[in-house]
Design a protein around this ligand. Structure first.
Ligand code: SF4
Length: 313
């Protein structure tokens, strides 16, 4: 049986008293990839940032456990998290042009984690930086070391971000909508590169995605989030091709990527966090809702390989 690289148990994150993530439980076996999917405001990016230890008290209040390896990210001191980020965990942000420092060259960016976490000398950093740029498909890597971010295309900036995140060979890579700021033609290249690097390292990855079809291609597992909760979780192929939860079925029916003859959008919008309905949060938009749904929150129940939160499957 594979061990879990990440396990989340009854994890709640409150901002100004409002639960942005509400009693989330989830596990990611070592060496596997997980896609977090759902509409905007579902809490996908919040969970990804929390897993990196980037959302911490006093900014937010945390309850429950969020374990990465043997470290509880929710309660570990900041000094320990600083050591983990960049070594055991790497992150790729949505918009590389905003994440890269315009005043630093590509070599500066790549040298920072190598010097800090690996203690490499200046010349060793340079050698390793060339290797890293080469591994992410940047042509003439030696010449690119002195480039500033604005001198690179969007696709190349994201390749540099991947090289930085992979510099210290992390066990867990977290990518928050890594291709959404790129042209469609570049998106597939970047996703396949990311997956190739993750597989080459034997690492685990969490991808925050909007694109359901892409999730079936890159993820071993999928967690479907709605209004700060996980409503369905399991093997990607099963969850996305045979969805059981009304919300996942609605997402699939409204996804253009699956080539449906007629798209059926989910009625209504995600309620604001400050006015979440009691019981099942999806009830106001669900065609199957009953009085029980509005009164009681459905528990997460495991059916075979899939975990679901719904009273009326
Ligand atoms: Fe719909 Fe009820 Fe299931 Fe919620 S618990 S998804 S409202 S059927």
């Amino acid at each position: 049986m594979s061990t879990d690289l990440m396990s989340v148990e009854h994890f709640t994150l409150r901002r100004k008293g409002v639960a942005v993530l509400d009693d989330v439980s989830l596990r990611l076996p070592a060496g596997q990839t997980l896609a977090l999917i759902g509409e905007s405001g579902a809490g996908k990016s919040t969970l990804a940032f929390a897993a990196m230890g980037l959302l911490r008290p006093p900014e937010v209040a945390l309850e429950g456990r969020l374990m990465v390896g043997d470290t509880d990210i929710a309660s570990a001191p900041e000094s320990k998290l600083r050591g983990l980020r960049g070594t055991r965990m790497g992150m790729i942000f949505q918009d590389a042009s905003a994440a890269l420092n315009p005043c630093f060259t590509v070599l500066d960016h790549l040298s920072e984690p190598l010097r800090r976490h690996r203690g490499l000398s200046r010349s060793a950093c340079r050698t390793r930086a060339v290797e890293l740029l080469d591994s992410v498909g940047i042509a003439d890597p030696q010449a690119r070391l002195s480039a500033f971010p604005h001198e690179l295309s969007g696709g190349m900036q994201q390749r540099v971000m991947i090289a930085i995140a992979m510099a210290c060979e992390p066990e867990l890579l977290i990518a928050d909508e890594p291709t959404s700021a790129l042209d469609v033609t570049i998106q597939a290249q970047i996703m396949s590169l990311l997956l190739e690097r993750v597989r080459a390292l034997g690492a685990s990855a969490i991808f925050v995605l909007h694109d359901l079809a892409l999730a079936t291609q890159v993820a071993d597992r999928v967690a479907v989030m709605y209004a700060g909760q996980i409503v369905e979780e399991g093997p990607a192929f099963k969850v996305l091709n045979h969805p059981a939860h009304p919300y996942t079925r609605g997402l699939r029916a409204s996804a253009i990527e699956f080539g449906a003859e007629r798209l059926e959008p989910i009625a209504g919008v995600v309620p604001p966090l400050s006015a979440m309905p009691g019981g099942c949060r999806f009830a106001p938009r669900c065609a199957y809702a009953t009085a029980q749904c509005s009164a009681q929150r459905p528990p997460q129940v495991t059916h075979g390989e899939v975990t679901l939160a719904c009273w009326h499957l």
